[in-house]
Design a protein around this ligand. Structure first.
Ligand code: AMP
Length: 403
């Protein structure tokens, strides 16, 4: 199906052409006509499916064919990176039309905060916001949603995981009841269904291949003891096979340790985690996009919504705690029908987690042999159980108190 089939405005079609989109993706095929038809929608779609354009295009089309100049659409997102990225995509798709958008998120400096407030007073057509910052603006009376027509919740499962449910309900209570609401989520746990029941009106449901990695990703794993991981990583990075790489670690501390180790080995990499200032994160992301940095080492902050084309390797230094996180992490490569590689290091403690991933993707993934110089790795046991801890076993022992 081409975009002409949706009967969109010509200037918008020019923007789509300029972005190089020729065919609509499955989520776009299903969602765009529904959204144009003013229906509420719940869409279960993973990142990388083209879901952003699936809601942005019909909304842009409706904005250009309407007369009003007030805030028309609110898009709620879990992270500032996703807010910025959607804002950039809107800017590109709306290149030939007169529609403006603004991203509103926390962690920015005083100047950006003032700019955001001024822009909101002047009235942007589309506001993309993280819930916390939006609540702050609502409390200051800096924003008027009286004429709002569309509410979009993007990556709703992530927003709930991050504890935003009350903020979302508070925000929704400030919006006109007569509106169109669209909810996008990679997973549909009961808490999402319950939120949807409260804020959507008789929604159409669309489900796009729930939680399956994109077909273009080659997925592999190494069974490696912790003591073997650094040498294995350096070997892969030094092989010269990959040009744009994301390395995921499960904690900030691990990110710092791995980054330090790579620095010592003179491998070009930058860390990316929530301890960095917003400007530092933006600068690093820009350099990575421009391929001035080969590798980023980050936590799951990087796994959602970061849309950088040309990432050819996603490397999981450890197995992500949740199978969904695995899908999000590896979804950073092979964006929109390109190809890429995802490699995961599995130690003996993480086997049960990796088995859960294989179960979810309904595939056993190849375990590659370690280079001989590293010796033997652990033996894979997909039936391994979560390691159990003795009660109190992790607690520090204090010396007896002096009497
Ligand atoms: P998303 O799932 O919204 O994060 O989109 C993933 C990537 O697919 C982004 O880089 C989009 O620019 C790209 N994309 C979206 N729609 C299309 C399309 N119809 N054809 C080609 N690429 C697309």
């Amino acid at each position: 199906m081409t975009f002409d089939d949706f009967k969109l405005e010509y200037d918008l079609l020019d923007g789509i052409d300029a972005m190089g989109y020729t065919k609509a993706t499955p989520i776009q095929e299903q969602a765009i006509p529904r959204i144009l038809n003013n229906e509420d929608l719940i869409a279960c779609a993973q990142t990388g499916t083209g879901k952003t354009a699936a809601f942005v295009l019909p909304i842009l089309n409706k904005i250009i064919t309407s007369e009003t100049k007030h805030i028309n659409t609110l898009v709620l997102v879990p992270t500032r990176e996703l807010a910025q990225q959607i804002d950039q995509q809107i800017e590109a798709m709306a290149y030939y039309i007169d529609v403006c958008s603004i991203a509103v998120y926390g962690g920015s400096d005083g100047i950006t905060w003032e700019q955001q407030k001024r822009a909101l007073k002047k009235g942007a057509d589309i506001v993309i916001a993280t819930p916390g910052r939006l609540i702050a603006l609502l409390n200051m009376g800096a924003i008027d949603f009286g004429q709002l027509q569309h509410l979009v919740l993007d990556e709703a499962d992530r927003m709930l995981d991050m504890g935003f449910v009350e903020d979302i309900e508070r925000i929704v209570s400030e919006l006109p009841q007569e509106r169109q609401t669209l909810l996008f989520s990679a997973t549909m746990p009961p808490k999402i269904r319950s939120l949807a029941g409260k804020i959507l009106n008789n929604p159409v449901q669309i489900s796009i291949a729930i939680s399956k990695p994109a077909a273009g990703i080659v997925q592999q794993a190494y069974l490696a003891h912790d003591s073997q991981k650094d040498a294995l990583l350096k070997g892969i990075l030094n092989s010269g096979t990959f040009k744009s790489i994301i390395i995921f670690c499960s904690t900030k501390d691990k990110v710092k340790v791995v980054h330090h180790m790579l620095q010592k080995a003179k491998i070009d990499a930058k860390p990316f985690h929530s301890d960095l200032k917003q400007e530092e994160r933006e600068e690093i992301m820009q350099q990575f996009k421009n391929q001035k940095i080969t590798a980023l080492v980050g936590t799951d902050v990087l796994s959602r919504g970061i849309d950088v084309t040309g990432i050819d390797l996603v490397l999981n230094y450890d197995v992500p705690p949740d199978p969904e996180d695995y899908i999000h992490r590896i979804g950073r490569t092979a964006r929109a029908e390109t190809t890429g590689t995802a490699i995961t290091f599995i130690n003996e403690k993480d086997m049960y987690r990796f088995a859960a991933i294989e179960k979810m993707i309904e595939r056993e993934l190849p375990k590659l042999a370690l280079p001989e110089s590293l010796g033997e790795g652990p033996i894979y046991n997909p039936l391994a159980k979560k390691p159990s801890f003795k009660p109190g076993g992790n607690r520090k022992k204090f010396p007896p108190r002096n009497k």
